[in-house]
Design a protein around this ligand. Sequence first.
Ligand code: E4P
Length: 223
Amino acid sequence: MNILLDSAKVDFITSANEYYPIDGITTNPTILAKEKRPYIEILQEIVSIIGSEKMLHVQVLSTNAKEIVKEAEYVSQILNGNIYIKIPVVPEGFKAMMTLQKLNIKVTATAVFTPQQALMAAKAGASFVAPYVNRIDNISGDGVKVVADIVKIFDTYHIKTQVLAASFKNVEQVQKVCLAGTHGVTVSEDVFINLYHHPLTEWSVNTFIEDWESVYGKGAILG
Ligand code: E4P
């Protein structure tokens, strides 16, 4: 089960990578553009933070297969990391996926809204498919059910492609896709913090310390 951060904020990524067992980073054009500085610089910094084993998923911009393949080759060559090229599940995208499979460039099929798009991407050679849970919920769909259906189809046909559920607004959605058997999630900074933070945990820890110090003195620890 992979937990990735959907972010290009290098300070946040540095701290998350140091403190939590994250498996990598996903970005998209919107996320990178928000940083308002050269995207290659950002991507190189991310690789230097997470190392060459954790995953970095980078999305292409081109709308025809030939150019998508060129972008994918460029990104894979310039970044010395565990790179996955995010390609939207449009006709030119599927065509590019099949070419990239032959070139051994790993692909994450993105902007997935239906199980059939996910199946097509898997057959085109994608390593991951990224269904957009909250964007499906936003149009009165059921994002969790789309994830559950993709997992079931992949299980039924013994398809090795993994589901990397994406686009979350809250922890409840994350919890539900975990129960539905997703192979991974990618979450924004806000949702990530809420995966582990709980005020009652803080309260419990403070109470333990107060009780301990009332007997053993301020700052006393074991040993
Ligand atoms: C995933 O590949 C996308 O980058 C992302 O999860 C989209 O999330 P959003 O709907 O919160 O923008």
